[in-house]
Design a protein around this ligand. Structure first.
Ligand SMILES: O=C(O)C1=C[C@@H](OP(=O)(O)O)[C@@H](O)[C@H](O)C1
Ligand SMILES: C=C(OP(=O)(O)O)C(=O)O
Length: 420
């Protein structure tokens, strides 16, 4: 499927969707807690519904009423079926794989064509050290695990994904010996570990940080059912902020920021460095210069900011250099390669490096068909870029149901010329 986008001026208020990462965590931890948890402002998307289905498989009773989700559980992991389909969600399959290893049944975990290309090896190697039998398809899904994970000491590479570590921390309290986890090399996407530990704390579990992002100890302990409010999602907001910078005239963003840590809040400092003034009041607005400053950006901690940062090259006076984000190649797609190829089509001057991109403003803007390869963040970024260039076609609009199902209708309400 494709959609057409044309030059647009965005005016009015748009509401940022709930945070996908915290929605996943709250559902998983509630499913591991004895009692009833009430989760509010939960993101309901293809990814988080995959987590709901996984948790129902683990034995939790889950009811969804608009954005309020109630989860009832006895806290035990008792798989009702022997297969979990995580659809397009890396977070779901990584965390579900560790939780599934808490039972003594052989559980298969799989996903869609994109997910079947995403690495699982480091997590499986770490689980084997904890007494779990694991198989994979050349290090990728479908994978199988057979517990019961007793726990103990394990080590894992941090160079590909923080989700492997989040998965082990989350399942640690349920292992009779707890876990001591050592992370080898430099951990990518560090802030997501802070999100994991913060959410675990909300559900009554403590993590002993022996050395931040290097070594953790989690003792055997019970999760406690609780009420949880999901904040707005800075990863999605980054796309709306880039839209405001490129297309906004009187555009504002509604968001409930909360106080839970979000690594992608860094988008605010990156935009300030580019010369954009951010106004955070009842709503969020931006004052953008005609041309941005350019600059160098280490996105090791913020891989999902790559698409919204890359399209800002459409109006930069100096190059935007993005580096230290090789792990963006292991998302729904190889985002570095696709951004390089597709943004070149509309005139952006792109140099692709192994760990990032150098992007210079177009000399001449060119309309084109941009292929998002069913990657939700690429579709949204390319749509915004297409509204700046004009007369573009963008493939795979349905991909947004993964993280921002109302993106097209919300954007149209503030003036986006986008026709699916
Ligand atoms: O833990 C999470 O919720 C996520 C972690 C990040 O992945 P990596 O840790 O694999 O970089 C991020 O890209 C993803 O969108 C969500
Ligand atoms: C990569 C993403 O999520 P996941 O890893 O959960 O698929 C994303 O939301 O961009």
């Amino acid at each position: 499927m494709k959609c057409k986008v044309d030059k647009s001026i965005l005016t009015g208020t748009i509401t940022c969707p709930p945070n996908k990462s915290y929605s996943h965590r709250a559902i998983f931890l509630a499913a591991m807690s004895d009692g009833k948890s009430t989760l509010r402002n939960v993101l309901l998307s293809r990814d988080t519904l995959a987590t709901v289905n996984a948790c129902k498989t683990f034995g939790a009773k889950i009811e969804i009423n608009d954005s309020m989700v109630t989860v009832e559980s006895n806290g035990r992991i008792d798989p009702q079926t022997l297969e979990i389909d995580a659809s397009n969600s890396g977070t779901t399959i990584r965390i579900s794989t560790a939780i599934a290893s808490l039972s003594d049944k052989t559980i298969t975990l799989t996903g869609d064509a994109s997910l079947k290309k995403r690495p699982m090896g480091p997590l499986l190697d770490a689980l084997k050290q904890l007494g779990v039998q694991c198989t994979s398809t050349d290090g990728k899904p479908p994978v199988t695990v057979k517990g019961r994970a007793d726990g103990g000491s394990t080590h894992i590479s941090g160079s590909i994904s923080s989700q492997f570590i989040s998965a082990l921390l989350i399942s640690g309290p349920k292992m009779k010996n707890g876990i001591t986890l050592e992370i080898e090399g430099n951990l990518v996407s560090k802030p997501y570990l802070d999100s994991t530990i913060s959410t675990m704390k909300k559900f009554g579990a403590t993590v002993d940080t022996i050395s931040p992002y290097k070594k953790y100890k989690v003792s055997n302990q019970e999760y406690k059912a609780t009420d949880f409010v999901v904040p707005s999602d800075f990863s999605s907001m980054a796309l709306l902020l880039s839209a405001a910078v490129l297309l906004g005239e009187g555009m504002s963003i509604n968001a409930s920021l909360g106080d839970l840590p979000q690594g992608d809040r860094e988008i605010l400092s990156y935009l300030e460095k580019l010369g954009v003034k951010i106004n955070i009041g009842e709503k969020i607005t931006v004052d953008s210069p005609k041309l941005l400053n350019g600059g160098k950006f280490d996105l090791s901690n913020n891989p999902d900011l790559l698409p919204p940062m890359a399209i800002l090259a459409l109006k930069t006076s100096k190059p935007i250099e993005i580096y230290n984000v090789k792990h963006a190649r292991f998302k729904e797609t190889d985002r570095i390669a696709i951004l390089a190829k597709e943004l070149t089509k509309i005139g952006v001057i792109v140099t692709e490096n192994e760990d990032g991109l150098v992007l210079e403003s177009p000399k001449v803007l060119k309309s084109a068909e941009l292929e998002s390869s069913e990657d939700h963040r690429l579709f949204m970024a390319f749509s915004i870029a297409g509204m700046f260039v004009g007369n573009c076609t963008i493939t795979d609009p349905d991909s947004v149901d993964v993280s921002y199902p109302t993106f097209v209708e919300d954007m149209k309400k503030i003036g986006a010329n986008i026709t699916v």
